[in-house]
Design a binder for this molecule. Structure first.
Ligand SMILES: [Cu+2]
Length: 127
């Protein structure tokens, strides 16, 4: 089961510090939304295999990936792709666009992976 994707029963992005968010094993794709010059979307996810739906809402090409890890394809405007980030342990990871100049323009953010205990994860901060 560890390799399976996990569903967020409610959107963790709306979480309040200390809240327990139930997660159940199922197919769920956090969304990562790319535009000029930011990476937005579901940036708090449960541990395990993370398959994100990457959407390029920008005007130009973008991609997204983990520092030291896999990268999505480079997507044209309005393209999207299912992107397997791999199986992630709890912690924080840097996501960025590796097209020249984009990261320094702001296309970098933090992905927070939370531990799942007893079928739920605890949101550590307000968003
Ligand atoms: Cu970019």
């Amino acid at each position: 089961m560890a390799a399976a994707a996990i569903v967020l029963a409610s959107c963790a992005s709306d979480g309040v510090a200390g809240e327990r968010v139930e997660v159940t094993p199922d197919l769920f794709m956090p969304e990562l939304v790319l535009s000029e010059w930011k990476i937005e979307g579901d940036l708090v996810v449960p541990e395990g295999q993370i398959i994100a739906q990457v959407l390029n809402f920008g005007f130009t090409e973008h991609n997204v990936g983990l520092e030291g890890g896999p990268f999505s394809s480079t997507l044209f405007s309005d393209e999207e792709e299912a992107f397997d980030l791999g199986t992630l342990e709890p912690g924080t990871y840097v996501l960025y666009c590796d097209i020249e100049g984009h990261r320094s323009s702001g296309m970098e953010t933090t992905l927070t992976v939370l531990a799942v205990t007893d079928g739920a994860m605890t949101v550590p901060f307000d968003e």
